[in-house]
Design a protein around this ligand. Structure first.
Ligand code: SF4
Length: 273
């Protein structure tokens, strides 16, 4: 990894250290939201040597907040910070399964807007993001991710056992139609008077129904499986203009995690391994 800003050895090591629990046999709910081409290219070619340690700052801030919350003593919930798994064989996908780790699953969530008064199980995820996302209510990716997490929660064996021990059901009716995002703003520069002055908000979001999210999961995973073993980028699906025009058309140049490995990107490095 590069160190363009000549940071000390300590800070360079701190930023480049990655202890994320990767597992190639399962594709995570977060990864599933990325374009198919980006997922396929990132799993096959590494761009480590072209990345700069400073690219990791945003991830470190998010991970740091998650770690601090995870280490807060708090036992009174159904499950927290546990990875859930499910097979996708019933959808004809055998190359990989699905996984996801919500920050909290509970049935006594303090959210008057949603139906927890009926004792329904709620899935919550913590997000550390720029405040503009909150201002413009740009939550489509959060809804998709929470809906995939609820899909997993309805099928995960470990959660099923925990719910049974508590005398609760794993049926769809036992889960709230809403998920919650705890939004922690990492910048206050664009703060606006109609936003929370403490820049933390619990946002209830209506989720996509299980049957409908299963169709989307099946479509995406079937496409991924079709190209899973392809080694020539020219045979992989291309990203649509809707994707490549994101972030003012700068996604391929600046934001995509596969930008150094993808031969459609202006910063493509032909010698990536
Ligand atoms: S660099 Fe652009 S075209 Fe290539 S995977 Fe990323 S978004 Fe898609």
């Amino acid at each position: 990894m590069k160190n363009l800003y000549k940071l000390s050895k300590y800070n360079s090591a701190f930023l480049s250290y990655d202890n994320y629990d990767k597992n190639d046999k399962f594709i995570s709910a977060t990864t599933l939201l990325k374009p198919t081409r980006e997922i396929l290219i990132s799993r096959r070619w590494s761009s480590e040597e072209y990345q700069d340690v400073s690219d990791k700052i945003a991830i470190k801030i998010g991970t740091g907040v998650h770690d601090l919350r995870e280490n807060t003593p708090f036992e009174d919930c159904i499950m927290r910070e546990e990875r859930m798994f499910c097979s996708l064989e019933h959808l004809g996908v055998t190359k990989f399964g699905l996984s996801g780790k919500p920050d909290l699953i509970d049935y006594d969530y303090n959210q008057p807007q949603i139906d927890t008064d009926k004792g329904l199980v709620v899935i919550e995820d913590l997000k550390v993001s720029g405040i503009l996302k909150l201002k413009y209510k740009n939550f489509e990716d959060y809804i998709l991710q929470l809906s995939i997490l609820r899909y997993l929660a309805l099928r995960d064996i470990k959660l099923k056992n925990i719910l049974e021990l508590k005398g609760l059901s794993q049926n769809e009716e036992a889960f709230s139609k809403y998920g919650v995002i705890t939004f922690l703003a990492k910048d206050w520069s664009n703060r606006n008077s109609d936003l929370s002055p403490i820049a933390i908000k619990e946002i209830p979001l209506k989720l996509i129904e299980d049957e409908a999210i299963e169709i989307r999961i099946a479509r995406k995973c079937t496409e991924l499986q079709k190209y899973w073993d392809v080694t020539d980028q020219n045979d992989m699906p291309e990203c649509s203009s809707k994707i490549t025009q994101k972030y003012n058309g700068k996604i391929c140049e600046k934001y995509c995690s596969a930008r150094f490995q993808c031969n459609k990107s202006p910063v493509f490095k032909s010698d990536v391994k």
